[in-house]
Design a protein around this ligand. Sequence first.
Ligand SMILES: [Mg+2]
Length: 241
Amino acid sequence: MLGLPDAATACLFDMDGVLTRTATVHAAAWKQMFDDFLRERDGDSFTPFDQEADYDTYVDGKRREDGTRSFLESRGIELPEGSPDDPAGAATINGLSSRKNELVLDKLRENGVELYDGSVRYVRAAREAGLRTAVVSSSANTAQVLDAAGIADLFDARVDGVTAKEHDLAGKPAPDMFLAGAEALGVPPSQAVVFEDALSGVQAGRAGGFVFVVGVDRVGQAEALKSHGADTVVKDLEELL
Ligand SMILES: [Mg+2]
């Protein structure tokens, strides 16, 4: 009934793009932060951050500081790392990253979090069928986003950007975060299913030896999701119900 192999006893859901429509919020926050920085540095003739191309290539799915560093490198800009205590917006990797985070939290407070309703129905159905559920996301704001969306109680465990830092887990496409999610639910990968919308995410699912990897295609990349490791690809989790 859930479109999964019989061996499945647990579901590991990526958040951004699978459960919540927060990708646009992140892209807008990156753009505002980088454009403010570039305008300050280069004047009005600066080349703005491209919310699609630059977002996909340099920042999507990465840990925040890695995203900041990676985009600046693409522009040949080198900044000191600074420290997590740097004021938001300071011209360091940490300062700019904090500013981006501040902007995301502002936007989420102002506009709330939009959910994919089909995914929420699916998570509820999985729980009713007795499967255990976890969220596995690189976002350091996972707890706040789940709370704001009112769906925190649908998950038995959470592995996120904060946990990953604490336990020194490698980011996706390494399988470490999903493996930690399965462990938190007390099941081996051979009984856990991964739900992902990112290429690096389905790759992580394949690398971890999970029983099944569901690719969620929000942007028309079904073939790429398959070739990176998805066992099946759907446009919405509703299709599996
Ligand atoms: Mg995602």
